[in-house]
Design a protein around this ligand. Structure first.
Ligand code: FAD
Ligand code: SF4
Length: 338
């Protein structure tokens, strides 16, 4: 049992004032991650600032021609929103591949971006972990690292970012709108999450006194040729071993524009614009897809238990691109309990 204060924020300004006043405080939105972290004694906020009642629950047209998604829009509402289903089905598909219906009903857009790694040692407070306890060491590098990263790792941490939604947001080149004491700013999705480097305890470039207010999707949604493929150990709520978001646009039978992002392989959704550029002007065939996979996986490195992820990712990239090119996206299976 840990003691903590609890307060509710009435508006964004109030939330910012409360977080600035208490360096020990954390926001709570849907609570599906932070409450778990508190139960496992991984995080010990002195105060929870409940932001779940802030008016950030709408999905609306943005002046850019894209869509603005409030930070508190629940994952289910977002996945089934008619504008998202029609214009950004890649995002719907990625969200529906994640968690369970009940969790998606509670989980918020902002919370999904801010969820923390599922590295086994991060949750196991008796083992060293640089992310949980900076300077203590990384148990995963020589330990059971089946679910850990193969790209962008450092000597300090080989954790992955666990989100499905974020992989689609990376491929769609979303912008994250945040508010802080000196006003609002927008962070391109590629710059929102960080690689571990020697500060793995810092997951994102959101400052501790800032709050996410919205995520903006650009006008281009790749609604005709897209696919999200998630490979995991079991169908019911398991995190991705490897996932791929692919989006293509065609002109005269050749690829005009391509977007590719990987999940489950790095500390952030993994994208390399060189891989996408290599597809430009190509016919959608196996050779072109294999070349893009090679570039995306350049410098990948396994740590023993997760060596298999390199070959798995290569095959998953080729398959997802094939599905996207054919306009036959991976269907996120409806799970029935009999
Ligand atoms: C059993 C289980 C299975 C899951 N499976 C998957 C899966 O397969 N795929 C997947 O993608 N996810 C999965 N999830 C994770 C789930 O999607 C996240 O827990 C959820 O998205 C977090 O959202 P939340 O609103 O509940 O965040 P909270 O738990 O309320 O908050 C999480 C963090 O975000 C911060 N935060 C929240 N909102 C804001 C904001 N607006 N601005 C700044 N900081 C903020 C909080 O301070 C906290 O640090 C799973 C979770 C569980 C428990
Ligand atoms: S990989 Fe990162 S999160 Fe996992 S034990 Fe190492 S430092 Fe901790």
């Amino acid at each position: 049992m840990i003691n903590f204060q609890f307060s509710q924020a009435t508006d964004v300004g109030d939330a910012l004032r409360q977080i600035a006043a208490d360096p020990d405080a954390s926001f709570i939105a849907g609570g599906t991650n932070i409450v778990d972290l508190m139960k496992y004694d991984v995080e010990r906020p002195g105060r929870l600032i409940d932001i779940s009642h802030l008016p950030l629950r709408t999905v609306e047209e943005a002046p850019s021609g894209g869509l603005s998604i409030g930070a508190l829009v629940p994952n289910s509402d977002l996945a089934y929103h008619p504008l998202v289903e029609a214009r950004y089905p890649l995002l719907s598909s990625a969200i529906l591949a994640g968690a369970s219906q009940q969790l998606r009903n509670m989980a918020s857009t902002g919370g999904n971006l801010m969820q923390r790694t599922r590295c086994l040692y991060f949750y196991d407070t008796v083992t060293p972990c640089n992310k949980r306890d900076p300077g203590s060491g990384c148990s995963a590098i020589t330990g059971i690292n089946r679910i850990n990263a193969i790209l962008g790792t450092s000597e300090a941490c080989i954790a992955t970012h666990p989100s499905d939604m974020c992989v689609a947001l990376a491929a769609l080149e979303a912008m994250v709108h945040v508010a802080g004491p000196s006003g609002e700013r927008a962070i391109p999705f590629a710059d929102f999450h960080r690689l571990p480097g020697d500060t793995p305890e810092i997951d994102t470039n959101l400052a501790p006194d800032e709050i996410i207010v919205a995520v903006e999707l650009p006008p281009k949604g790749f609604a005709a040729n897209y696919s999200y493929l998630k490979i995991r150990d079991r169908l019911s709520y398991a995190f991705a071993l490897v996932s791929v978001a692919a989006a293509l646009e065609f002109e005269n039978g050749r690829i005009k524009e391509a977007r590719l992002a990987l999940g489950g392989v790095a500390h952030k959704p993994w994208r390399r614009t060189e891989a996408e550029a290599a597809l430009q002007g190509e016919a959608p065939d196996r050779e072109a897809f294999a070349k893009a996979a090679d570039i995306l996986l350049q410098n990948s490195r396994g740590f023993g238990h997760n060596d298999f992820k390199i070959g798995l990712a290569r095959r998953a990239i080729e398959r997802t691109l094939t599905q996207a090119a054919r306009g036959t996206p991976q269907v996120q299976a409806i799970k029935k309990i009999r």
